[in-house]
Design a binder for this molecule. Structure first.
Ligand SMILES: [Zn+2]
Length: 319
């Protein structure tokens, strides 16, 4: 099987939107290097053009690829921090700019929800991206199953201020509050509002999918926005319940790899012979570089052929 993972994949892609000349977008510096970036530069203005180039690259290989995936944060969103006051119209306009480029890709598209994506309503985001759910499974070819996770499903208010007041969201808010207020989580470095976690319901679904894949002899690759494999991302960017999710994954013989965005600098960890890859963000590419990859899977290995900034890797699979 071959598939291509586009790594705008990493967080804060939004940037595409903010960098655009759309009249609803505020004038922003060409590049930004705010505190906390350790001197790295975020190149919002160039990101949309880099996505367009990647789309051309994918379409030129459409007969050879099964699907294209991005790993979240396709917009930055317009949002007042920390008050959490969104500017919905501006965020919608940004989403439209990026979604129109995705529309040009002539392959199946897999969209992972990132924390920044939620500056528009989740339902609007999924509808515009023609995605029926924020977590789901599909089989791109016999013997392989892809699980798309939503690590933003449980979050604190500022990440998703536009959630509807319905029974399901009240349950998710309760799960978020229980985790956030738990004394054992008080000093965890990943207790940050830009992180989130999968719900208990989604975790049950993950266990069921892995069990079913194991029974059928399928191999499983999972995608999500936040890192879950210990050491694959910086601790302040890890999914809140990363320890539990990693344990569920590596306890299944079917599971082989998890790919995520969110931590722009990228990362990798081998956990019990399984692979956890944080892909580098196009947002922080040098001006003339891009960051996406082609991923090919074989019975004994996964090959990531990085383009530009994105790291190439050969990941051996357990027999
Ligand atoms: Zn993110």
């Amino acid at each position: 099987m071959s598939c291509t993972v586009f790594e705008g994949v990493s967080s804060c892609f939004n940037l595409w939107a903010s960098s655009s000349p759309h009249p609803l977008c505020p004038p922003v510096p060409r590049n930004k290097s705010p505190p906390g970036l350790e001197g790295r530069t975020q190149r919002y203005r160039e990101s949309l053009g880099k996505l367009e180039k990647a789309a051309v690259w994918f379409n030129a290989r459409k007969d050879d690829l099964k699907f294209v995936a991005h790993l979240g944060d396709i917009i930055d969103g317009h949002f007042t921090w920390p008050e959490g006051i969104p500017s919905l119209d501006k965020s919608r306009a940004d989403l439209e700019l990026v979604a129109k480029v995705f529309d040009t890709i002539e392959l199946k598209k897999v969209h992972v929800v990132g924390n920044h994506c939620l500056q528009v309503k989740r339902t609007e985001l999924l509808a515009r991206l023609d995605t029926h759910a924020s977590y789901y499974a599909f089989s791109p070819c016999p013997g392989w199953r892809v699980l798309v996770l939503d690590t933003t499903e449980v979050n604190t208010g500022p990440m998703e201020v536009l959630k509807p007041d319905d029974e399901r969201n009240r349950q998710l808010t309760m799960e978020a509050t229980l985790w956030w207020d738990a004394p054992e989580n008080a000093t965890k470095p990943n207790r940050q509002p830009w992180n989130g976690m999968i719900s208990e319901q989604q975790h049950d679904w993950l266990r069921q999918e892995l069990q079913d894949a194991e029974q059928r002899g399928d191999r499983v690759i999972a995608f999500g926005h936040h890192p879950v494999g210990k050491g694959s991302g910086r601790e302040i960017h890890m999914c809140w319940n990363s320890d539990e999710v990693e344990k569920t994954m590596i306890n299944s013989k079917a599971f082989v790899a998890y790919l995520n965005g969110h931590d722009h600098v990228g990362g990798y960890a081998d956990r019990d012979g399984r692979h956890f890859v944080t892909v580098e963000a196009v947002l922080e590419c040098p001006e003339e570089q891009n960051a996406f990859a082609r991923v090919d899977v074989y019975p004994d290995r996964i090959e990531i052929q990085g383009q530009g900034l994105l790291s190439s890797r050969v990941l051996p699979l357990l027999s």
